[in-house]
Write a protein that binds this ligand. Structure first.
Ligand code: SF4
Length: 127
């Protein structure tokens, strides 16, 4: 499983834990949480860092709209500690990702930006 797929899985699990506890849903997400997860998955797909993506909490770009950013913080705060018991491997991988330092795209050289854009384009072309 690549990095982006793993992040997608981690986010899906965290939203599920949050939604079950706060909205009383059994397996399906409520409309609000489903909308949040859709939004987060699109941001993940379009992330300018690609496979070098840091955790969103450590990101200098912060591409989320404010209302989704607030929801993401609430979900991370609640589900983060609960993830370790339910999905320890995903949690450990996420903690390791959290140590990755991300440079703002403005700090990148032209070649680095082109390389990243090429990677994003080729990933989107493969859809
Ligand atoms: S917040 Fe940063 S790391 Fe997260 S998806 Fe957006 S650009 Fe990528």
């Amino acid at each position: 499983m690549n990095h982006i797929d793993r992040e997608n899985l981690t986010m899906t699990k965290m939203v599920g834990i949050y939604c079950r506890a706060h909205h009383g849903t059994g397996g399906e997400l409520c409309d609000d949480c489903a909308q949040f997860l859709d939004y987060a998955q699109v941001r993940l797909e379009k992330c300018p860092y690609g496979e070098d993506k840091p955790t969103c909490a450590n990101c200098p770009v912060h591409c989320y709209k404010p209302r989704f950013r607030d929801r993401a913080k609430a979900i991370m705060r609640f589900s983060g500690p609960r993830m370790f018991l339910r999905h320890p491997l995903l949690t450990i991988a996420h903690l390791i990702d959290g140590r990755r330092r991300a440079r703002h795209p403005r700090e990148l050289t032209r070649e680095e930006r082109l390389e990243r854009n090429g990677r994003v384009s080729s990933r989107q072309d493969g859809d």
